[in-house]
Design a protein around this ligand. Structure first.
Ligand SMILES: *[C@@H]1O[C@H](CO)[C@@H](O)[C@H](O)[C@H]1NC(C)=O
Ligand SMILES: *[C@@H]1O[C@H](CO)[C@@H](O)[C@H](O)[C@H]1NC(C)=O
Ligand SMILES: *[C@@H]1O[C@H](CO)[C@@H](O)[C@H](O)[C@H]1NC(C)=O
Ligand SMILES: *[C@@H]1O[C@H](CO)[C@@H](O)[C@H](O)[C@H]1NC(C)=O
Length: 425
Protein backbone atom coordinates (compact mmCIF):
# COMPACT_ATOMS: atom_id res chain seq x y z
CA UNK A 1 0.00 0.00 0.00
CA UNK A 2 2.74 2.42 1.03
CA UNK A 3 4.58 1.68 -2.20
CA UNK A 4 1.49 2.27 -4.33
CA UNK A 5 0.68 5.57 -2.70
CA UNK A 6 4.22 6.85 -3.14
CA UNK A 7 4.18 5.80 -6.81
CA UNK A 8 0.86 7.58 -7.25
CA UNK A 9 2.28 10.63 -5.49
CA UNK A 10 5.38 10.69 -7.71
CA UNK A 11 3.35 10.23 -10.89
CA UNK A 12 0.91 12.97 -9.97
CA UNK A 13 3.71 15.31 -8.96
CA UNK A 14 5.46 14.66 -12.28
CA UNK A 15 2.26 15.22 -14.24
CA UNK A 16 1.69 18.38 -12.24
CA UNK A 17 5.19 19.74 -12.84
CA UNK A 18 5.04 18.91 -16.55
CA UNK A 19 1.72 20.66 -16.81
CA UNK A 20 3.16 23.71 -15.06
CA UNK A 21 5.94 23.87 -17.60
CA UNK A 22 3.99 23.06 -20.73
CA UNK A 23 0.31 23.91 -20.52
CA UNK A 24 -1.47 27.23 -20.59
CA UNK A 25 -3.97 26.10 -17.98
CA UNK A 26 -3.45 23.60 -15.18
CA UNK A 27 -5.43 20.37 -15.54
CA UNK A 28 -6.93 21.21 -12.23
CA UNK A 29 -10.58 20.79 -12.71
CA UNK A 30 -12.46 17.94 -14.35
CA UNK A 31 -15.50 20.11 -14.96
CA UNK A 32 -13.61 22.74 -16.88
CA UNK A 33 -12.84 21.98 -20.52
CA UNK A 34 -9.17 22.90 -20.43
CA UNK A 35 -8.71 22.15 -24.12
CA UNK A 36 -11.30 24.81 -24.89
CA UNK A 37 -9.44 28.02 -25.77
CA UNK A 38 -12.09 30.20 -24.10
CA UNK A 39 -11.59 28.45 -20.77
CA UNK A 40 -7.83 28.24 -21.03
CA UNK A 41 -7.87 32.00 -21.50
CA UNK A 42 -10.43 32.45 -18.74
CA UNK A 43 -8.28 30.72 -16.13
CA UNK A 44 -4.88 31.09 -17.81
CA UNK A 45 -2.22 29.83 -15.39
CA UNK A 46 0.62 29.75 -17.91
CA UNK A 47 2.93 31.67 -15.57
CA UNK A 48 1.84 29.93 -12.35
CA UNK A 49 5.09 29.97 -10.42
CA UNK A 50 5.33 26.92 -8.26
CA UNK A 51 7.86 27.86 -5.54
CA UNK A 52 10.15 29.85 -7.81
CA UNK A 53 11.85 31.37 -4.80
CA UNK A 54 12.42 28.26 -2.76
CA UNK A 55 12.63 29.60 0.79
CA UNK A 56 9.80 27.39 2.00
CA UNK A 57 7.39 30.32 2.44
CA UNK A 58 4.26 31.70 0.82
CA UNK A 59 2.70 28.39 -0.18
CA UNK A 60 -0.46 30.39 0.44
CA UNK A 61 -0.63 34.21 0.60
CA UNK A 62 0.77 35.80 3.75
CA UNK A 63 -1.59 36.99 6.49
CA UNK A 64 -1.03 39.46 9.29
CA UNK A 65 -1.19 43.13 10.22
CA UNK A 66 0.85 46.19 9.34
CA UNK A 67 1.21 49.61 10.97
CA UNK A 68 0.98 51.71 7.81
CA UNK A 69 -2.65 52.10 6.73
CA UNK A 70 -3.87 53.31 10.13
CA UNK A 71 -0.83 54.66 12.00
CA UNK A 72 1.52 55.73 9.18
CA UNK A 73 4.58 57.15 11.00
CA UNK A 74 2.87 57.44 14.42
CA UNK A 75 4.22 54.19 15.78
CA UNK A 76 6.10 52.91 18.81
CA UNK A 77 6.84 49.65 20.59
CA UNK A 78 3.77 50.01 22.82
CA UNK A 79 1.28 50.12 19.99
CA UNK A 80 2.92 47.11 18.36
CA UNK A 81 2.85 45.05 21.54
CA UNK A 82 -0.76 46.03 22.18
CA UNK A 83 -1.67 45.04 18.64
CA UNK A 84 0.03 41.66 19.03
CA UNK A 85 -2.06 41.18 22.19
CA UNK A 86 -5.21 42.26 20.34
CA UNK A 87 -4.57 39.87 17.47
CA UNK A 88 -4.62 37.09 20.07
CA UNK A 89 -7.60 38.30 22.12
CA UNK A 90 -9.81 38.93 19.07
CA UNK A 91 -9.07 35.43 17.71
CA UNK A 92 -7.57 36.89 14.51
CA UNK A 93 -4.18 35.29 15.17
CA UNK A 94 -5.68 31.84 15.37
CA UNK A 95 -7.38 32.44 12.00
CA UNK A 96 -3.93 32.87 10.42
CA UNK A 97 -3.09 36.56 10.84
CA UNK A 98 0.37 35.91 12.27
CA UNK A 99 2.78 38.48 10.80
CA UNK A 100 3.05 41.68 12.86
CA UNK A 101 4.71 44.08 10.45
CA UNK A 102 6.34 47.39 11.30
CA UNK A 103 6.28 49.60 8.22
CA UNK A 104 8.32 52.78 7.64
CA UNK A 105 9.61 54.94 10.55
CA UNK A 106 10.98 52.33 12.95
CA UNK A 107 14.58 53.35 12.31
CA UNK A 108 16.47 56.47 13.36
CA UNK A 109 17.17 58.81 10.45
CA UNK A 110 20.92 58.12 10.47
CA UNK A 111 22.98 54.97 10.80
CA UNK A 112 25.39 54.61 13.74
CA UNK A 113 29.19 54.92 13.43
CA UNK A 114 29.45 51.24 12.50
CA UNK A 115 27.05 51.92 9.64
CA UNK A 116 24.21 49.98 11.27
CA UNK A 117 20.55 50.93 11.22
CA UNK A 118 19.33 51.62 14.71
CA UNK A 119 15.78 51.62 16.04
CA UNK A 120 14.47 55.11 16.82
CA UNK A 121 15.46 55.54 20.49
CA UNK A 122 12.38 57.65 21.27
CA UNK A 123 9.76 55.29 19.90
CA UNK A 124 11.53 51.90 20.13
CA UNK A 125 13.73 52.36 23.23
CA UNK A 126 13.85 48.61 23.93
CA UNK A 127 14.95 47.82 20.38
CA UNK A 128 13.58 45.53 17.71
CA UNK A 129 15.05 42.36 19.18
CA UNK A 130 13.05 42.83 22.38
CA UNK A 131 9.93 43.39 20.28
CA UNK A 132 10.64 40.27 18.22
CA UNK A 133 11.05 38.28 21.43
CA UNK A 134 7.73 39.61 22.71
CA UNK A 135 5.89 38.85 19.47
CA UNK A 136 7.46 35.39 19.25
CA UNK A 137 6.41 34.65 22.83
CA UNK A 138 2.82 35.10 21.62
CA UNK A 139 3.35 32.63 18.76
CA UNK A 140 3.42 35.45 16.19
CA UNK A 141 6.08 36.66 13.75
CA UNK A 142 7.71 40.08 13.33
CA UNK A 143 8.20 42.04 10.12
CA UNK A 144 10.32 45.10 9.39
CA UNK A 145 10.54 47.48 6.47
CA UNK A 146 13.32 48.93 4.37
CA UNK A 147 13.86 50.31 0.90
CA UNK A 148 15.72 49.34 -2.27
CA UNK A 149 17.05 52.88 -2.46
CA UNK A 150 19.28 55.14 -0.40
CA UNK A 151 16.41 56.32 1.83
CA UNK A 152 12.98 54.99 2.76
CA UNK A 153 9.94 56.98 1.64
CA UNK A 154 9.93 58.75 5.04
CA UNK A 155 13.65 59.48 4.60
CA UNK A 156 15.12 56.92 6.99
CA UNK A 157 18.18 54.93 5.84
CA UNK A 158 17.55 52.65 2.86
CA UNK A 159 19.35 49.37 2.23
CA UNK A 160 20.61 49.80 -1.34
CA UNK A 161 24.27 48.71 -1.41
CA UNK A 162 24.02 47.73 2.30
CA UNK A 163 21.95 44.61 1.79
CA UNK A 164 24.25 42.12 3.43
CA UNK A 165 24.86 44.00 6.68
CA UNK A 166 21.24 45.03 7.07
CA UNK A 167 19.93 41.52 6.44
CA UNK A 168 22.38 40.10 8.98
CA UNK A 169 21.31 42.64 11.58
CA UNK A 170 17.60 41.90 11.10
CA UNK A 171 18.25 38.16 11.24
CA UNK A 172 20.20 38.64 14.49
CA UNK A 173 17.14 40.39 15.93
CA UNK A 174 14.86 37.50 14.92
CA UNK A 175 13.00 39.29 12.14
CA UNK A 176 10.71 37.07 10.03
CA UNK A 177 9.48 39.34 7.21
CA UNK A 178 10.77 42.22 5.11
CA UNK A 179 8.70 44.68 3.11
CA UNK A 180 11.12 46.31 0.67
CA UNK A 181 10.02 49.65 -0.78
CA UNK A 182 11.06 51.66 -3.85
CA UNK A 183 11.77 55.30 -2.89
CA UNK A 184 15.04 57.16 -3.62
CA UNK A 185 16.16 54.41 -5.97
CA UNK A 186 18.67 56.47 -8.00
CA UNK A 187 16.83 55.48 -11.17
CA UNK A 188 18.45 52.04 -11.14
CA UNK A 189 16.27 49.27 -12.58
CA UNK A 190 14.41 47.17 -9.97
CA UNK A 191 15.69 43.97 -11.58
CA UNK A 192 19.13 45.10 -10.34
CA UNK A 193 18.06 46.46 -6.93
CA UNK A 194 15.79 43.68 -5.62
CA UNK A 195 17.84 40.45 -6.14
CA UNK A 196 20.78 41.47 -3.86
CA UNK A 197 18.39 41.59 -0.89
CA UNK A 198 16.97 38.16 -1.79
CA UNK A 199 20.51 36.79 -1.71
CA UNK A 200 21.40 38.67 1.47
CA UNK A 201 18.31 37.36 3.28
CA UNK A 202 19.04 33.86 2.07
CA UNK A 203 22.67 34.08 3.21
CA UNK A 204 21.61 34.83 6.78
CA UNK A 205 20.26 31.29 7.00
CA UNK A 206 17.13 32.64 8.70
CA UNK A 207 13.81 32.07 6.95
CA UNK A 208 12.57 35.57 6.11
CA UNK A 209 9.53 36.36 3.99
CA UNK A 210 10.52 38.76 1.18
CA UNK A 211 7.75 41.13 0.07
CA UNK A 212 8.69 43.38 -2.86
CA UNK A 213 7.05 46.80 -2.97
CA UNK A 214 7.95 48.14 -6.38
CA UNK A 215 4.46 49.66 -6.97
CA UNK A 216 3.93 47.67 -10.17
CA UNK A 217 5.94 50.16 -12.22
CA UNK A 218 8.09 47.70 -14.16
CA UNK A 219 5.46 44.91 -14.36
CA UNK A 220 7.05 42.90 -11.52
CA UNK A 221 4.70 39.94 -12.08
CA UNK A 222 6.85 39.19 -15.13
CA UNK A 223 10.15 38.89 -13.24
CA UNK A 224 9.65 39.00 -9.47
CA UNK A 225 8.63 35.36 -8.99
CA UNK A 226 12.28 34.34 -8.88
CA UNK A 227 13.10 37.15 -6.46
CA UNK A 228 10.41 37.50 -3.82
CA UNK A 229 7.42 35.85 -2.18
CA UNK A 230 5.05 38.63 -3.23
CA UNK A 231 5.23 41.76 -5.31
CA UNK A 232 3.06 44.87 -5.26
CA UNK A 233 1.26 45.31 -8.57
CA UNK A 234 -0.02 48.84 -7.96
CA UNK A 235 0.49 52.20 -6.34
CA UNK A 236 -0.50 52.54 -2.65
CA UNK A 237 -4.09 51.83 -1.71
CA UNK A 238 -6.06 54.49 0.18
CA UNK A 239 -9.28 54.20 2.16
CA UNK A 240 -11.69 55.03 -0.69
CA UNK A 241 -13.96 53.03 -2.99
CA UNK A 242 -12.27 54.46 -6.09
CA UNK A 243 -8.80 53.46 -4.92
CA UNK A 244 -9.84 49.96 -3.88
CA UNK A 245 -11.71 49.19 -7.13
CA UNK A 246 -8.98 50.69 -9.34
CA UNK A 247 -6.37 48.55 -7.61
CA UNK A 248 -8.48 45.39 -7.90
CA UNK A 249 -8.71 45.91 -11.66
CA UNK A 250 -4.97 46.43 -12.10
CA UNK A 251 -4.09 43.42 -9.94
CA UNK A 252 -6.55 41.33 -11.95
CA UNK A 253 -4.47 41.74 -15.12
CA UNK A 254 -1.62 39.72 -13.61
CA UNK A 255 -3.67 36.73 -12.45
CA UNK A 256 -1.84 34.14 -14.54
CA UNK A 257 1.44 34.93 -12.74
CA UNK A 258 0.36 34.08 -9.18
CA UNK A 259 0.94 30.72 -7.54
CA UNK A 260 2.39 28.97 -4.51
CA UNK A 261 5.65 30.70 -3.55
CA UNK A 262 4.85 34.08 -5.16
CA UNK A 263 1.73 36.26 -5.12
CA UNK A 264 0.47 39.43 -6.73
CA UNK A 265 0.05 42.03 -3.98
CA UNK A 266 -2.68 44.67 -4.46
CA UNK A 267 -1.62 46.25 -1.13
CA UNK A 268 -2.84 45.98 2.42
CA UNK A 269 -6.43 45.97 3.62
CA UNK A 270 -8.28 49.17 4.48
CA UNK A 271 -11.17 47.25 6.11
CA UNK A 272 -12.14 49.05 9.32
CA UNK A 273 -10.48 52.39 8.65
CA UNK A 274 -13.74 54.28 8.11
CA UNK A 275 -13.54 55.55 4.53
CA UNK A 276 -15.84 52.88 3.06
CA UNK A 277 -19.14 51.41 4.26
CA UNK A 278 -19.80 47.86 5.42
CA UNK A 279 -20.82 46.59 1.95
CA UNK A 280 -17.76 48.13 0.34
CA UNK A 281 -15.40 46.62 2.90
CA UNK A 282 -17.08 43.23 2.50
CA UNK A 283 -16.42 43.46 -1.26
CA UNK A 284 -12.83 44.61 -0.65
CA UNK A 285 -12.17 41.57 1.56
CA UNK A 286 -14.01 39.09 -0.68
CA UNK A 287 -12.22 40.20 -3.85
CA UNK A 288 -8.80 40.25 -2.14
CA UNK A 289 -9.43 36.67 -0.99
CA UNK A 290 -10.64 35.57 -4.44
CA UNK A 291 -7.49 37.13 -5.97
CA UNK A 292 -5.21 35.20 -3.58
CA UNK A 293 -3.93 38.51 -2.25
CA UNK A 294 -1.89 38.84 0.93
CA UNK A 295 -4.37 39.54 3.76
CA UNK A 296 -2.57 42.17 5.80
CA UNK A 297 -4.95 43.97 8.17
CA UNK A 298 -4.51 47.75 8.18
CA UNK A 299 -6.81 48.99 10.94
CA UNK A 300 -6.35 49.57 14.68
CA UNK A 301 -7.00 46.05 15.96
CA UNK A 302 -6.94 47.30 19.57
CA UNK A 303 -10.13 49.25 18.87
CA UNK A 304 -11.83 47.03 16.29
CA UNK A 305 -15.61 47.18 15.79
CA UNK A 306 -17.89 44.15 15.64
CA UNK A 307 -18.61 44.76 11.93
CA UNK A 308 -14.93 44.96 11.04
CA UNK A 309 -14.16 41.84 13.03
CA UNK A 310 -17.02 40.03 11.34
CA UNK A 311 -15.51 40.76 7.92
CA UNK A 312 -11.87 40.02 8.77
CA UNK A 313 -12.70 36.82 10.63
CA UNK A 314 -14.89 35.17 8.01
CA UNK A 315 -13.25 31.74 8.01
CA UNK A 316 -14.84 30.61 4.77
CA UNK A 317 -13.60 33.64 2.85
CA UNK A 318 -10.14 33.26 4.39
CA UNK A 319 -10.15 29.62 3.26
CA UNK A 320 -10.64 30.74 -0.35
CA UNK A 321 -7.58 32.98 -0.04
CA UNK A 322 -5.60 30.17 1.56
CA UNK A 323 -6.79 27.39 -0.77
CA UNK A 324 -3.84 25.06 -1.49
CA UNK A 325 -4.39 25.08 -5.26
CA UNK A 326 -3.29 28.74 -5.25
CA UNK A 327 -4.85 29.87 -8.53
CA UNK A 328 -5.77 33.58 -8.54
CA UNK A 329 -9.45 34.16 -9.30
CA UNK A 330 -10.33 36.88 -11.77
CA UNK A 331 -13.06 38.93 -13.38
CA UNK A 332 -14.78 36.67 -15.88
CA UNK A 333 -17.92 38.57 -16.85
CA UNK A 334 -19.40 42.05 -16.61
CA UNK A 335 -22.74 43.54 -17.63
CA UNK A 336 -24.86 46.60 -16.81
CA UNK A 337 -23.86 50.26 -17.07
CA UNK A 338 -20.07 50.55 -17.55
CA UNK A 339 -19.86 46.82 -16.78
CA UNK A 340 -20.58 47.52 -13.11
CA UNK A 341 -22.40 44.19 -12.50
CA UNK A 342 -19.46 41.85 -12.28
CA UNK A 343 -18.71 38.16 -11.85
CA UNK A 344 -15.33 37.17 -10.49
CA UNK A 345 -14.39 33.49 -10.21
CA UNK A 346 -11.54 31.06 -9.90
CA UNK A 347 -10.79 27.35 -9.47
CA UNK A 348 -10.27 25.89 -6.00
CA UNK A 349 -8.86 22.57 -4.83
CA UNK A 350 -11.14 19.50 -4.82
CA UNK A 351 -12.79 20.48 -8.10
CA UNK A 352 -14.63 23.45 -6.65
CA UNK A 353 -14.97 27.04 -7.86
CA UNK A 354 -15.11 30.26 -5.87
CA UNK A 355 -17.36 33.00 -7.23
CA UNK A 356 -18.05 36.59 -6.23
CA UNK A 357 -20.97 38.59 -7.62
CA UNK A 358 -19.71 42.16 -7.23
CA UNK A 359 -22.12 45.02 -7.78
CA UNK A 360 -20.06 48.12 -8.44
CA UNK A 361 -23.13 50.07 -9.57
CA UNK A 362 -24.57 52.74 -7.29
CA UNK A 363 -27.95 50.93 -7.11
CA UNK A 364 -28.89 47.44 -5.95
CA UNK A 365 -29.02 45.02 -8.89
CA UNK A 366 -29.76 41.42 -9.77
CA UNK A 367 -26.66 39.78 -11.20
CA UNK A 368 -27.07 36.66 -13.30
CA UNK A 369 -24.26 34.33 -14.21
CA UNK A 370 -24.47 31.60 -16.82
CA UNK A 371 -22.36 28.50 -16.23
CA UNK A 372 -20.61 29.05 -19.56
CA UNK A 373 -19.28 32.39 -18.26
CA UNK A 374 -17.44 30.65 -15.43
CA UNK A 375 -16.28 27.74 -17.60
CA UNK A 376 -18.83 25.11 -16.58
CA UNK A 377 -20.88 23.04 -18.99
CA UNK A 378 -24.51 24.20 -18.86
CA UNK A 379 -25.82 20.79 -17.79
CA UNK A 380 -23.67 20.53 -14.68
CA UNK A 381 -25.55 20.52 -11.41
CA UNK A 382 -23.93 22.54 -8.68
CA UNK A 383 -24.21 22.74 -4.92
CA UNK A 384 -23.85 26.38 -3.84
CA UNK A 385 -22.61 27.53 -0.48
CA UNK A 386 -23.00 31.18 0.50
CA UNK A 387 -19.83 32.26 2.33
CA UNK A 388 -21.42 35.28 4.02
CA UNK A 389 -24.65 33.54 5.09
CA UNK A 390 -22.62 30.46 6.04
CA UNK A 391 -25.13 28.04 4.52
CA UNK A 392 -25.76 25.87 1.50
CA UNK A 393 -28.37 27.79 -0.46
CA UNK A 394 -28.95 25.21 -3.17
CA UNK A 395 -28.06 21.56 -3.71
CA UNK A 396 -28.90 21.55 -7.35
CA UNK A 397 -28.43 24.66 -9.47
CA UNK A 398 -28.14 24.02 -13.19
CA UNK A 399 -27.19 26.33 -16.03
CA UNK A 400 -27.19 29.71 -14.33
CA UNK A 401 -27.62 31.53 -11.05
CA UNK A 402 -29.01 34.94 -10.06
CA UNK A 403 -28.83 36.98 -6.88
CA UNK A 404 -29.85 40.43 -5.72
CA UNK A 405 -26.73 42.35 -4.66
CA UNK A 406 -26.56 45.60 -2.67
CA UNK A 407 -25.12 48.78 -4.19
CA UNK A 408 -21.31 48.48 -3.89
CA UNK A 409 -21.89 45.09 -2.26
CA UNK A 410 -21.05 41.53 -3.09
CA UNK A 411 -22.12 37.94 -2.54
CA UNK A 412 -19.60 35.13 -2.42
CA UNK A 413 -20.05 31.41 -3.04
CA UNK A 414 -18.29 28.12 -3.38
CA UNK A 415 -19.67 25.99 -6.21
CA UNK A 416 -19.25 22.23 -5.99
CA UNK A 417 -20.29 20.35 -9.13
CA UNK A 418 -22.47 17.39 -8.15
CA UNK A 419 -21.88 14.98 -11.00
CA UNK A 420 -19.62 14.45 -13.93
CA UNK A 421 -20.79 14.65 -17.50
CA UNK A 422 -17.28 14.03 -18.76
CA UNK A 423 -15.22 10.87 -18.86
CA UNK A 424 -12.15 12.63 -17.51
CA UNK A 425 -13.33 12.45 -13.89
C1 LIG B 1 2.37 55.19 20.74
O1 LIG B 1 1.63 55.29 19.53
C2 LIG B 1 0.22 55.36 19.69
C3 LIG B 1 -0.41 55.31 18.31
O2 LIG B 1 0.02 56.34 17.49
C4 LIG B 1 -0.13 56.61 20.48
O3 LIG B 1 -1.52 56.65 20.70
C5 LIG B 1 0.61 56.61 21.81
O4 LIG B 1 0.40 57.83 22.49
C6 LIG B 1 2.10 56.41 21.62
N1 LIG B 1 2.74 56.20 22.90
C7 LIG B 1 3.84 56.84 23.25
C8 LIG B 1 4.39 56.51 24.58
O5 LIG B 1 4.38 57.65 22.50
C1 LIG C 1 18.30 29.75 0.20
O1 LIG C 1 18.09 29.41 -1.16
C2 LIG C 1 18.14 28.02 -1.42
C3 LIG C 1 18.06 27.83 -2.92
O2 LIG C 1 16.90 28.42 -3.45
C4 LIG C 1 17.01 27.33 -0.67
O3 LIG C 1 17.06 25.95 -0.89
C5 LIG C 1 17.15 27.62 0.81
O4 LIG C 1 16.06 27.06 1.50
C6 LIG C 1 17.20 29.12 1.06
N1 LIG C 1 17.46 29.37 2.45
C7 LIG C 1 16.80 30.30 3.15
C8 LIG C 1 17.22 30.44 4.57
O5 LIG C 1 15.95 31.02 2.67
C1 LIG D 1 -6.65 57.62 -3.53
O1 LIG D 1 -6.55 56.84 -4.70
C2 LIG D 1 -7.21 57.40 -5.82
C3 LIG D 1 -7.22 56.38 -6.93
O2 LIG D 1 -5.98 55.81 -7.14
C4 LIG D 1 -6.52 58.70 -6.21
O3 LIG D 1 -7.18 59.26 -7.33
C5 LIG D 1 -6.58 59.64 -5.03
O4 LIG D 1 -5.85 60.80 -5.33
C6 LIG D 1 -6.01 59.00 -3.78
N1 LIG D 1 -6.28 59.85 -2.63
C7 LIG D 1 -5.34 60.18 -1.79
C8 LIG D 1 -5.79 61.03 -0.64
O5 LIG D 1 -4.19 59.83 -1.88
C1 LIG E 1 -12.04 53.76 18.54
O1 LIG E 1 -12.96 53.73 17.44
C2 LIG E 1 -14.03 54.67 17.53
C3 LIG E 1 -14.90 54.49 16.31
O2 LIG E 1 -15.13 53.15 16.03
C4 LIG E 1 -13.47 56.08 17.54
O3 LIG E 1 -14.50 57.00 17.71
C5 LIG E 1 -12.46 56.21 18.69
O4 LIG E 1 -11.83 57.47 18.60
C6 LIG E 1 -11.40 55.13 18.60
N1 LIG E 1 -10.52 55.20 19.74
C7 LIG E 1 -9.20 55.29 19.59
C8 LIG E 1 -8.43 55.33 20.87
O5 LIG E 1 -8.65 55.32 18.51
Amino acid sequence: MAKWSSIVAIVSLTVFLMSVMAATVLPIHPYLKVEDTFISKLYDTSNYGFLQIDNGLARTPQMGWSTWNFFACNINETVIKETADALISTGLASLGYTYVNIDDCWSRSTRNLKGEMIPDPKTFPSGIKALADYVHSKGLKLGVYSDAGIFTCQVRPGSLFQEKNDAELWASWGVDYLKYDNCYNLGLPPQKRYPPMRDALNDTGRTIFYALCEWGIDDPAKWAGKIGNSWRTTDDINDTWISMTTIADINNKWASYAGPGGWNDPDMLEVGNGGMNYHEYKGHFSIWALMKAPLIIGCDVRNITADTLKILSNKEVIAVDQDPLGVQGRRVYASGPDGCQQVWAGPLSRNRLAMVLWNRCSNAATITVKWSAIGLEPSISVSMRDLWKHEVISENTVGSFSARVNAHGCEMYILTPRRATRSSV
